[in-house]
Design a protein around this ligand. Structure first.
Ligand SMILES: [Zn+2]
Length: 174
């Protein structure tokens, strides 16, 4: 009982640490690693990512790296990846959509486990708490099935659609 209370106290302290500039930094790392997760998983199933857009609002800068165009906007609290038209199977689409969430969950759990086990102190400790909580929150938010105004779909919606396609696919081959 006492032990679990201590953990809650630590989590509250972690939340506190997230509501600062550190929080913005943590969200930025969360968004960037999330999009890199899409690129990585896209590579795995050979769906090339052609563009990575980080943030909303005014465009700050952009550059090209290999076949991928990176663009950074003023409010770096969200992001998305672009890919060329492709005929992906539901499974391959699902892998790409899951990539960002998988990376966020992995980083979030690793940082959370480290914070609970090692109780790091100071700026680094607070930063790790902020990273742990924002990565897990981003993963949860990405899982919600949503269609955005600009036509983009959330990872959750893409996974849901892939799953439905997968079920149909299975049904027709039976
Ligand atoms: Zn995503």
């Amino acid at each position: 009982m006492k032990q679990s209370f201590a953990i809650w106290e630590l989590i509250v302290r972690g939340l506190e640490a997230s509501l600062t500039v550190r929080g913005m930094l943590a969200i930025f790392t969360g968004v960037v690693l999330h999009e890199l997760g899409h690129i990585l998983f896209g590579r795995l199933v050979r769906i090339p990512i052609t563009g990575v857009v980080i943030g909303e609002g005014r465009r700050l800068c952009g550059w090209r790296m290999g076949a991928i165009t990176f663009t950074i906007h003023a409010i770096p609290t969200s992001g998305y990846v672009e890919h060329a038209e492709y005929h992906a199977t539901p499974l391959r689409s699902a892998v790409v959509a899951a990539g960002g969430i998988v990376v966020n969950v992995a980083v979030g759990i690793a940082c959370l486990a480290f914070c609970l086990a090692a109780e790091p102190v100071g700026w680094v400790g607070k930063m790790l708490w902020a990273i742990a909580l924002t990565h897990l929150a981003l993963a949860a938010m990405s899982l919600a099935p949503r269609q955005y105004k600009d036509g983009n779909k959330s990872d959750g919606l893409l996974l849901l659609e892939a799953w439905r396609g997968f079920e149909r696919g299975n049904g027709s081959t039976r």
